[in-house]
Every structure is written in C-alpha cells, then in structure tokens.
Design a protein around this ligand. Structure first.
Ligand code: NAD
Length: 365
C-alpha cells in the first residue's frame, strides 16, 4: 500500500500533511510513503529529511497523487481531483459543508474521501481531531496578532517612565481556538474575558485564568456544538455585547456554527463604541465574519479601530501546525489499515462512517 503526500497548491498554504517523523511511523507499519518534491519546504522540512525517514520522492512516472492513499491539508482543486485515480483514498480538509459540489466531484471521480472536519468529536477520535489541533494554532496566533496590532502593551508594566495598565481582551466564542486565545493573552499579561453561548465552557474559561462574561443566553446544539440563535436571541445578544465591547482594548472572535454563516457578534455600532486604537481580530472571516465590518482576509481601520481578518493562521505557523495535523492524519490512517498493511475500511465504525464523505466501500461495490 502506498501513501502519497502532495505539495499543497492553495495560495499561501505552507503546511504539509505528513512530517518526516510520522512518515517513519507509517513506513514501520509496512506502507510506502511517496512525497512530492518540495512538499515540506514551506514548513521548513526539506526533501532530504523525508528521504532519511525512508520515504520515496515522487517522480513524473510515479506521482504522489497515484498512491493508494493520498494525504492533503487543503481541499483539492478541480485540477487536483482530475489527477486522482479511481479507487484512491483521499484524506484531508475537504470542507464538505461549505463546498458540497467538491464532494460530489470526488464521488464521481471514484474517490473514497475522508474529511477531517467530519470526524465525530468522541473521545476515541480525539487524537484525530484536526479541527481542534489547527484551531489551537489559530487561537494562539490570533492573540499574538492582536498584541502586534494593538498600540499598547498587553502586560501591566511599572517603569521609571510610568505605569501602564494591562490590556483587556474579550474573546467571543470559547471553543478550542477561543480558549487558546484566552490562555495566550493571559500568558502575555493581559486581562482576558471569555464569552460563549454554551454555559459549560465557563469552567474552562476560568481554568485558563480568564473571567467569564455571562449574558444569560444559552444555545446548545448537536454534537457538542452551538446552535444558531433565533432572531430574538440574536438581537438581545448583540445589544448586550455592544454594551460590553466598548470597555475592551481587544476583541478576538471565534464563533462558528457548523455549516452556517458565522453569527454577527460585533455590530457596526459596537465598533463605533470602541476607543480608537482598539483591535478586533475576527477568525470567522471565511464564513462571513463575526464582526459586521470585517473584510475577509484584510485589515481595515474604522474610527481608529483596526479590524483584522486572517484567513489561514495555521499556515503562518507551519511547522507545529503540520506536526499536529500529521499526527491527526496518521491516527486516522491507522484506523483504515490492518496489521498486514492492507486497506481495511470498516463502514460500521462510527469514525469511518462519520468522516467518509464520498465512496464508502459499500457504495462503491
Ligand atoms: P466551533 O469552532 O464550531 O465554534 C467556536 C465557538 O463558538 C464554540 O464554543 C461555540 O459554542 C461558539 N459560538 C457559536 N455561536 C455563538 C454565538 N452566537 N455566540 C457566542 N458563541 C458562539 O467550536 P469548536 O472549537 O470546534 O468546539 C466545539 C465543541 O466541540 C466544544 O464543545 C469542544 O469542547 C468540543 N470538542 C470535543 C472534542 C472531543 O471530545 N473529541 C474535541 C474538540 C472539541
């Protein structure tokens, strides 16, 4: 069985789906690993490291995309899909809810596709949870980005030239990314406060040293996620948040509802109520943004308030993002391969059934 590692083609993507250390683990399991030349370069992982780990470098005659299993970070383009052979097992971020037409194209191409976004969030799948591993990177980088954009210190400082108070940071959406943003802001010396519509995260927010903002609106959905708010709840939430936001130097937003447009938590009115020099970092830009004034992928300044919308923070920290992601993929891969190194996809397995978005073996047969 062969495992192909592609060089990512999406603009700005510097991560790689398999790192040398984990290539070695896959090879020990009796599989061949074929790496596209330069695949790890963006993450600082030259071809030689893969070769030293026992991987083969792909050639025109034996391309990585012709392997039995193909690993990727970002979803394949139409051209990428056209280069996959029928029967290929593809594993990666495939955005099944955002781009169902791509899943249809994979199905038509005879590909068995596993979307890491669809891995059920159960304990047994925790080591495979790529949404979490990458959200952790995003949250960390979001706090650093906010600190860099802010015209002030994050920590409290007492110096001969004067004393500065700590920055106050509000994080809206305290899932994986939000909690990491809170923890990072705390480590930088800021005073963080977290908010979410899932009341059970209050404890987690407090455990990273942040305060909990309670607005009295609960919205618990399926699978541990939040549900979309009703119109009334949304209006009430925006009103209460608008009141609260003016008191913070930094607002970091991470609120998502799977398959939906991101909820607007920071209205234009809330931005107008912020002091000049305040910063909003919006991690939800790709699905519409949590701030009404967000322009996806750009920094804008409105009334002296900087609103920043980074679209791919994990790609800006590619080494560790790739290491964690590769670990997630290898854990999933090991579920799909038996002890003799043969494909053994069990459609009855909860993780397989959840993650496989096209071409489950039953369907193929
Ligand atoms: P996410 O990225 O989908 O959303 C981020 C946060 O935004 C969530 O906490 C959500 O509650 C919040 N949110 C959504 N709408 C909101 C609104 N209108 N106002 C305020 N906040 C809003 O979430 P995630 O980080 O992927 O985590 C989702 C859940 O999955 C969490 O409960 C997390 O603990 C859980 N999880 C479980 C496992 C596991 O057991 N294997 C692993 C990782 C995460």
């Amino acid at each position: 069985l062969s495992v192909g590692v592609v060089a990512e083609t999406a603009a700005g993507e510097r991560r790689v789906a398999l790192v040398p250390k984990l290539a070695e683990r896959v090879i020990r399991r009796g599989l061949r690993v074929v790496v596209e030349p330069g695949a790890g370069e963006g993450a600082g992982l030259p071809d030689e490291l893969y070769a030293a780990a026992g991987a083969e470098l792909a050639t025109a005659a034996s391309p990585a995309r012709h392997c039995d299993i193909v690993l990727t970070v970002t979803p394949p383009s139409d051209a990428d899909i056209a280069r996959l052979a029928r029967g290929t097992v593809l594993i990666g971020f495939l955005d099944p809810l955002g781009a169902p037409q791509r899943i249809e194209a994979l199905r038509e191409a005879g590909v068995t596709a596993f979307a890491v976004e669809s891995i059920p969030r159960i304990s047994r799948a925790q080591a495979m949870d790529a949404l979490s591993s990458q959200a952790n990177v995003s949250g960390y980088r979001a706090a650093l980005l906010a600190a860099q954009r802010a015209p002030r210190f994050f920590p409290m400082l007492t110096t001969a030239a004067g004393t500065v108070p700590p920055a106050t940071v509000l994080v809206l959406g305290a899932g994986v990314a939000g909690l990491q943003a809170l923890a990072t802001a705390k480590r930088l010396g800021a005073q963080p406060t977290g908010y979410d519509v899932r009341p059970e995260v209050a404890e987690q927010v407090r455990s990273v040293g942040a305060q909990w903002l309670d607005l009295g609106i609960e919205a618990i959905g399926e699978g541990g996620y939040a549900r979309e708010l009703t119109d009334d709840e949304r209006a009430e939430q925006q009103r209460r948040l608008t009141e609260a936001i003016g008191g913070f130097d930094v607002v970091i937003t991470t609120a998502l509802v799977p398959g939906r447009t991101a909820p607007t938590l920071v209205t234009a009115e809330a931005v107008h109520g912020m002091r000049p020099g305040s910063v909003v970092v919006d991690l939800a830009g790709a699905t519409g943004g949590n701030c009404a004034l967000t322009e996806a992928g750009r920094d804008v300044v409105v009334d002296g308030v900087t609103i920043s919308s980074p679209l791919n923070l994990p790609a800006e920290m590619p080494l560790h993002a790739s290491e964690l992601y590769a670990r997630n993929l290898v854990e999933l891969l090991e579920l799909l391969v038996d002890a003799e190194g043969r494909l053994a996809i069990d459609p009855a397995d909860e993780i397989v059934a959840g993650a496989c978005v096209a071409g489950l073996p039953e369907e193929v047969a």
